[in-house]
Design a protein around this ligand. Structure first.
Ligand SMILES: Cc1cc2nc3c(=O)[nH]c(=O)nc-3n(C[C@H](O)[C@H](O)[C@H](O)COP(=O)(O)O)c2cc1C
Length: 409
């Protein structure tokens, strides 16, 4: 079935690009219903949007005729994805605060679908701490973002704040639509983990070498994100602490974005207490000891020596924490003696379960869509067949739900 987009066009100078965006989406078989803010109508006409979308354009919250044809709540939900392009500083501020004083902001608050925002504004407006604070809040609430890009602006300045090009926005829309776009009501989902709180870590960490370089690993976040999604689907209240990844935030999950292992630990501790902790992130074991403020330069003295120091052990810290969750689950990504290493890790870190997998390049697990895991507990080892990462996640969440019930954790 063709995908339906609710496109909110804000009052920015780049609003004209929303017309091209509509064309590109329609070329791809999507249907687009447009909402134009009062300021947006200063930049593009409702007639252009109606002509290109082939549908009535919605502008007023208090419109007897429009409300009678399609109520504003229905309008906010009768789509697969809500897209704001251009997203003005004002619209982002309203959404971050939960305002609902016009049609666009009311729809953003009332929708049960994911929202993708394409910000566009003068660089000082974009870089202002108030806008950055609002964007961080909205990301935490699960809003997706594309751009803004860098470049020459209509105001004559140069820098970040340019609306992403229509085809970039189309790509972000397609990526968002590839996931589950419905946002479940927090805590209200029935399911085996209803009433439980789950913390999941996912993705790699980036450990800075200097202001532009970092140490990373090949973790994609696909497995950790799938676990967070499955736990939310099972009714849990989920906090996902994620390192830098390109997979979209799962729906119905509170996402905290971090870069380094130390930030990840801080975010996990801030999210405690919880009933279940699943450490699926590939946390860097080491970071560069000395913080380098300036970019390292090539020189006659040869390559620099990177003095590494150990990062905090997040799994071990959670497992021996004063607020220890009833169930602590770790992941062991190994390239040899997978089960031996996982058993040693289980004992060393004092966790309840280790999900061990072979991440040798030949397996294609890192970044791939499938996984072959072994569940290692004090009672023994259980090997699962190769499954999609979504199916591993669902099966693992079912097992965790049984374990919390059995152990009364
Ligand atoms: C010529 C002109 C261009 C503007 N361009 C932008 C812009 O690119 N981004 C932005 O955030 N606001 C821009 N503004 C300010 C918004 O139009 C203003 O904040 C408005 O209240 C936004 O309303 P809305 O968020 O409901 O669409 C512009 C204003 C004018 C007069």
């Amino acid at each position: 079935m063709s995908k339906r987009i609710l496109l909110i066009v804000g009052g920015g100078i780049a609003a004209y690009k929303s017309l091209d965006l509509v064309r590109r989406l329609r070329e791809r078989g999507m249907s687009v219903r447009a909402v134009l803010t009062k300021a947006g109508a200063e930049f593009v006409t409702p007639l252009s949007l109606a002509g290109l979308t082939g549908q009535e354009v919605h502008q007023e919250l208090f419109s007897l005729t429009a409300e009678a044809r399609m109520g504003h709540i229905e309008l906010s939900r009768d789509a697969d994805l809500v897209v704001i392009a251009p997203a003005t500083a004002d619209l982002l501020a309203k959404a971050a605060q939960g305002h609902a004083d016009d049609l666009a902001s009311t729809l953003l608050l009332a929708t049960d679908k994911r929202i993708l925002a394409a910000p566009s504004m003068n660089l000082r407006m974009w870089l202002h701490p108030a806008t950055q604070r609002n964007v961080a809040t909205l990301r935490g609430d699960g809003m997706l973002f594309v751009g803004p890009g860098d470049g020459a602006m209509a105001c004559g300045e140069f820098g970040p704040g340019r609306l992403s090009e229509p085809l970039e926005i189309v790509a972000a829309i397609e990526a968002a639509l590839a996931g589950d776009t419905t946002i479940p009501l927090p805590g209200a989902q029935p399911g085996p983990l209803a009433g439980r709180r789950v913390i999941v870590t996912s993705g790699p960490t980036h450990e800075p070498i200097d202001p532009v370089r970092y140490i990373a690993n090949r973790s994609s976040g696909k497995q950790g994100h799938a676990i967070a999604q499955a736990a939310a689907g099972a009714g849990a209240e989920v906090v996902l602490v994620s390192g830098p990844v390109t997979v979209p935030d799962p729906a119905g999950v509170r996402c905290v974005h971090v870069e380094t292992a130390r930030q990840m630990l801080e975010a996990v501790e801030a999210a405690l207490p919880a009933d279940i902790y699943v450490g699926a992130a590939a946390v860097a074991d080491w970071r560069v000891g000395a913080a380098v403020v300036e970019k390292l330069k090539k020189g006659p003295s040869g390559p620099p020596t990177l003095g590494l120091v150990e990062n905090p052990d997040i799994l071990a810290t959670v497992a021996s924490h004063a607020k220890r969750p009833g169930l602590v689950v770790g992941f062991a990504a190994e390239t040899e003696k997978v089960i031996d290493h996982a058993q040693a890790k289980l004992a060393r870190k004092k966790c309840d379960l280790i999900v061990a997998n072979d991440v040798s390049p030949a397996t294609g697990v890192m970044g791939g869509d499938a996984n072959t895991v072994h569940l290692v507990t004090g009672a023994g080892v259980e090997t699962w067949p190769t499954l999609s990462k979504q199916d591993v996640a669902k099966r693992l969440v079912e097992r965790l739900a049984t374990l919390v019930k059995e152990t009364g954790a």
